[in-house]
Design a protein around this ligand. Sequence first.
Ligand code: ZN
Length: 287
Amino acid sequence: MRDFSIDTSSLSLNTATLGHNIPGYGAGWSTERVIDACAERKFGGITFWRPELEGKPLAAIGDRVRDAGMTVTGLCRSPFLVGPLAPSNKTEMLDDFKAAIDETSELGALCLTVLTGGVESETKGLNESIALVTELLNDAVNYASENGVSLALEPLHPVYGGNRSCIVTIRDAVEICNIIDNDFLGVAVDVYHVWWDMTVGEQLKKLSKDRILSFHLCDWLADTQDVLLDRGMMGDGVVDIRALRSRIERAGFDGFCEVEVFSAQNWWKKDPADVLDICVERYKTVC
Ligand code: ZN
């Protein structure tokens, strides 16, 4: 297992941690300021959100990250593909999915995070939605691979099963990846979504080599107030993060570990400089 106490080269910031993904939250630092602040603290990478980069020169932002010695570890995210939060017009959804793939390529990011969306209207249970998602991903990954972009399918905690993700376990994400079987499709593992699942390690071992594309760090607070926007900073909750990382690394993962803390009432209200300092400290001590 890698020793994070002495080396932050695998530490990445997901800019959601600074509240950037939702208008009206966060301190409003510019993208450039975030890049410089991460570089100063020896982060190894940054993952951005599409809304915060809208209208900006993506290739130049990617270059700025790389010139600072870091990697663009990802771009968040695809549109929801199915379910109540997916664009009602399917053509629009597919166009936006393609645009997200193009943007990932332009930025030079390692992967595009894919969230599936929840249960499709007029259906019950997860099966039909999962089948639809498999079909859509099968097409999308062809376009992605032509553009050199990897898609990271992220299963969400079952609490989001209704609206945000019909894929609620690593098991189902791995199964879809193995059905489609394309080198450009893998999984994203997020502490928040999988910490309760004791089978994560053995499920991930069923994936082909190098298809664990990212690992998202945060914590599950024992007294969670809001399942979307009250994530804990690593060390503040109930997850044994190091044990989870060990299981994921035994399944072959050696990539970036990305801090992704959605926290409207706590971390998003703090000075981003302090938040970044604490990310580094917690990464070294509890991850
Ligand atoms: Zn995540």
